[in-house]
Design a protein around this ligand. Structure first.
Ligand SMILES: Nc1ncnc2c1ncn2[C@@H]1O[C@H](COP(=O)(O)OP(=O)(O)O)[C@@H](O)[C@H]1O
Ligand SMILES: Cc1ncsc1CCOP(=O)(O)O
Ligand SMILES: [Mg+2]
Length: 271
């Protein structure tokens, strides 16, 4: 049976991130670098952005977790990503795959499928990306999802079973599955998809939590904390312009009260 995670357990995981300050190695898109680095610092983790094929193994070896994000994919980056993912498996470092824009081009889809076969601990994407990565028909526009997360929970379960990863599919409600009944996380704000690289920053935050918790607990804790930060931050914004900065402030200031006010982790639902 799928067991959920309580908000006190989420809070304890965040305290562990803040105490341990895990180093998160990011091989990510040019769009996401600054947003992700700032979100990780505000959370209490340490970011490092490094993607030269010649150095990714050294970074994986010293990092506590790795995130691979294919947002601005190229052949050089693709080679670096495969090398880093394989080395993470060899040295036992947890890693997260964000299959940005999977389904938007055959090149990107093949790269994402190949990375997903290298045993990521967590895969996090929007509904279109998860549908496409699972091999199902998907409706996306570039890197944006047209589908709702509820339409991709079956695909997320199938993808989790195929890859052994915990799969998080995000949207108005987020869902986490390790192959069993998806657990809903109700949080966030409708302004979040209007600011670029917010999902990418979330994937980096999931990586930080994989340094202190097993993949399923890490994904649930990250979704709850990041969603609560997004919800609290949006309440202080007139529009999406300042949202990334406000999310960083909300991550930095996160408290058990704010978490409780802005996040709900539900009971497992039918997939
Ligand atoms: N309509 C919405 N209401 C509340 N939160 C949302 C909404 N859309 C996205 N989010 C939140 O924004 C973050 C990024 O999710 P998403 O937009 O699905 O990813 P991506 O940016 O990769 O497309 C997640 O924390 C998600 O919960
Ligand atoms: C706009 C864009 N184009 C390539 S990567 C990227 C950022 C996507 O960020 P997110 O998946 O967090 O919305
Ligand atoms: Mg994305």
């Amino acid at each position: 049976m799928t067991v959920s995670v309580s908000l006190p357990e989420v809070w304890s995981a965040l305290e562990d991130v803040r105490a341990r300050r895990p180093l998160v190695h990011n091989i990510t898109s040019y769009v996401a670098m600054t947003v992700s680095a700032n979100a990780l610092l505000a959370l209490g983790a340490l970011p490092a952005m490094a993607h030269a094929t010649e150095e990714v193994e050294d970074f994986v070896a010293t990092a506590d977790a790795l995130v691979i994000n294919i947002g601005t994919l190229s052949s050089d980056l693709s080679a670096a990503m495969r090398k880093a993912a394989k080395h993470a498996g060899e040295v036992g470092k947890p890693w997260v795959l964000d299959p940005v824009g999977c389904g938007a081009s055959a090149y990107r889809t093949h790269a994402a499928v190949a990375l997903a076969a290298l045993a990521p601990d967590v895969i996090r994407g929007n509904a279109s990306e998860i549908l496409s990565l699972a091999g199902e028909a998907s409706a996306g526009k570039g890197v944006e999802s047209i589908s709702r997360a509820e339409e991709a929970t079956g695909a997320a379960m199938a993808l989790a079973k195929r890859t052994g990863a915990v799969v998080a599919v995000t949207g108005a409600v987020d869902y986490v599955t390790g192959g069993g009944a998806p657990i809903p996380v109700r949080t966030g704000h409708a302004l979040m998809p209007l600011s670029t690289a917010i999902g990418c920053a979330l994937s980096a935050v999931i990586a930080a939590f994989t340094a202190v918790r097993p993949p399923r607990e890490a994904a649930l804790a990250a979704l709850a904390v990041f969603g609560a930060a997004g919800s609290a931050a949006a309440g202080r914004c007139r529009g999406p312009g300042h949202l990334p900065a406000e999310i960083c402030d909300a991550l930095y200031l996160m408290s058990p009260d704010t978490l409780g006010q802005h996040a709900r982790i539900g009971a497992p639902v039918a997939g």
